[in-house]
Design a protein around this ligand. Structure first.
Ligand code: TXA
Ligand code: MG
Length: 333
């Protein structure tokens, strides 16, 4: 008798067999969630409009928001994008790693225009996770991969988080354990004369500036009504409960996200990002702690102040968006 078909959304340990099957699923246009060092990705064949459309549908993501193409190495990046001298220096120094480069797209590279939202640029990264790299090597094409969470919600840093948010919508979840970095990659545009930081992330601005010199902030010129990066959608990374920033004191019906040694007493529940005040440790804990504090029995999540240097820039960016006013639900429907 044949083995029963496994249920959708199943979590698999990342054996060679599971990785080979994941590559076959991608080839068949299915979605596979895969671990990276930053957060889990919702992977699909970046060269297939059909697979990319399924990613947008599974996440409920607006289609004007382009996706990152994950590749195995610099040579694979060169096939889909044009890397200038700045890009090559950053790639040599930081790939594999939590840096996404927005580069001129090579039309002959085959990346779906749906993945790039019709732009003439493409976001590329080589993730630093052995399971992701094994999958990219086995599949041998670029993998489109937004974070594997419903659009607007907290990004997943474990296979269980993926199963909670998107379980039934993916053919397989490769379980690579907890993500080491814990916040998404830094997105840097190298499409104009000045490098522009589109989204702070797991590689500190200071590390990039040490290679390229000072970098600008903001947006790349895009269509006026398009955010240049979802980092620019005000409400994002949001738990269900409201979030209060820069908390020096805490109320009995609040959950407290603490940082550093001097923690105010009195919260309903407290989780510590890093008692030692270590920003890398805090980034790694950020999303998992926000999920655990997002409990029906608390009114709000209060967050202690976190320094804005190094990885603190990405942590504060995610917290500001978690605290931003939420879009109004539609009046009808
Ligand atoms: O760490 C990460 O980056 C994770 C893992 C899975 O790799 N991925 C991730 O993807 O966070 P996503 O889709 O949630 O964020 C991709 C970011 C968005 O801010 C998007 O707008 C921007 O990259 N982006 C993608 N293509 C772009 C382009 N051509 N021009 C400007 N921004 C782009
Ligand atoms: Mg995301």
């Amino acid at each position: 008798m044949n083995a029963p078909t496994p249920p959708p959304g199943r979590i698999r340990p990342p054996t060679a067999d599971a990785v080979a099957e994941a590559a076959r699923l991608l080839d068949a246009g299915e979605l596979v969630a895969f671990p990276t060092e930053t957060v889990y990705g919702l992977g699909g064949d970046a060269t297939s409009d059909h697979a990319v459309a399924r990613i947008f549908a599974a996440k409920g993501r607006p289609r004007f928001n382009p996706l990152i193409a994950h590749v195995a190495d610099i040579a694979a990046a060169e096939r889909i994008a044009r890397l200038d001298d700045r890009a090559l220096r950053l790639a040599a120094r930081f790939w594999p790693g939590p840096l996404t480069l927005v580069l001129p797209r090579r039309p002959e590279g085959g990346v779906s225009l749906l993945a790039t939202a019709g732009l003439d640029t493409v976001a590329v990264r080589v993730p630093a996770h052995p399971v992701a790299l094994a999958l990219l090597a086995a599949f041998a094409r670029p993998v489109a991969g937004p974070s594997a969470n419903p659009s607007g919600r907290i990004s997943p840093t474990s296979a269980a988080h993926v199963a909670d948010g998107l379980g039934a919508r993916v053919a397989m979840i490769l379980d690579g354990g907890e993500c080491r970095v814990g916040v998404e990659s830094t997105v840097l545009a190298l499409t104009g004369p000045e490098p522009i930081l589109l989204r702070p992330g797991g590689l500190a601005r200071e590390a990039i500036a040490a290679v390229l010199g000072p970098i600008g902030d903001g947006t790349v010129p895009a269509e006026p009504d398009r955010p240049a990066a979802p980092g620019q959608l005000a409400s994002h990374y949001a738990p269900e409960r409201p979030v209060r920033l820069d908390a020096a004191t805490v109320a009995a019906d609040e959950a407290l996200l603490a940082f550093g040694p001097d923690v105010p007493a009195g919260a309903a529940v407290t989780l510590q990002l890093s008692a030692a005040g270590d920003l890398a440790e805090a980034a790694a804990n950020l999303f998992a702690h926000l999920r655990r504090l997002d409990r029906p029995d608390v009114r709000r999540i209060a967050v202690m102040p976190i320094p804005a240097t190094g990885l603190g820039e990405a942590i504060n960016d995610r917290l500001r968006r978690a605290a931003a006013p939420r879009p109004e639900p539609p009046a009808f429907e």
